[in-house]
Design a protein around this ligand. Sequence first.
Ligand SMILES: C[S@@+](CC[C@H](N)C(=O)[O-])C[C@H]1O[C@@H](n2cnc3c(N)ncnc32)[C@H](O)[C@@H]1O
Length: 335
Amino acid sequence: MEVCLQDPQHGYYTQGNGIGREGDFITAPEISPLFGELIAAWLMMAWETLGRPPFFRLVELGPGKGTLMQDILRTSRVLPEFHKGCLVHLIELSPSFQKIQQETLQKEKGTSMAWHTTLEEVPEDYPLFFIANEFFDALPFHQFFYTGEEWRERRVGWREPEGLTWELSPAPLGETLLKKILKKKEAQLSPYKGACGEVSPESLNQAQALRHRLLSQGGAGLIIDYGYEQGYGDTFQALSRHEYVSVLSHPGEVDLTAHVDFGALSQVFSSFPQLSVYGPLSQHEFLRDLHIEERARIVKKTASNPAKIDMDVHRLVDLSQMGGLFKVLGILSSK
Ligand SMILES: C[S@@+](CC[C@H](N)C(=O)[O-])C[C@H]1O[C@@H](n2cnc3c(N)ncnc32)[C@H](O)[C@@H]1O
């Protein structure tokens, strides 16, 4: 997955052209600017709660086309102190996406903006506010299958003439590794034959790095993605032109993702008295709590195509669409 998405020459994200109605998949900020407006509202509320720090680091992980940051900055002009105080950092691995983001954000002249490939490059000083929308689902992960007697890792192999194939590791997982990897799920559920457990050490590392920043700098953040809180299941998927395709077909040419384990992510932030964790709640609840429907009613009064606004909002909040599939985890520090 890492090679297919991130290879500096052939990786899918390296090409940087998959997002949008014309691409392979569409994300919430690309559906409606109301999404970014409400994220901005949440960030401004968190900033107020933390005592309106005069300067802060506003970090976006995996900013795609830069649309979400553009909407956040546009909206935050209603609160000039917030807008003036924000030092923007975009964490983006792909040079093509960095270029697209720079083009999208070039109008934001007065705002300090820096691009990085990892969070480590962001200075560890002022409070840090972060947003990660559909970032964690793009991080590599491992899959383990229960044979009825033992757990084995699922790996990708090569066989002639089929090409890429699924293989199971020749040896079962050792007790120590098993306990470490499947600890939470083992404790909650007994596996059944064919059960698939998924673990993303890279996601946990990223979440721990964010936790470290919130503990040392103070701040708040939102993680939004499709995901689950517990349970077994094979969630590996590939999208091409808005259709599901086999994950082994067209390596490097299709978007590969896995559902995010929100149970594991929220555990990273909980049990620290300095941090309050909200959710995970559904995107439906989150956007409705922030009054998306009220905001849509106002915007529709002057819109040339009000029906489209209704359709887009429906797609974002409806429980049978993104509203139910997507979860939101909020974290707020106490200082
Ligand atoms: C699915 S897109 C989401 C884009 C955007 N957040 C949105 O909502 O439209 C994933 C983004 O994360 C970036 N990305 C993936 N893995 C990354 C990593 N390990 N570090 C930094 N950026 C990464 C991709 O290049 C892309 O910009």
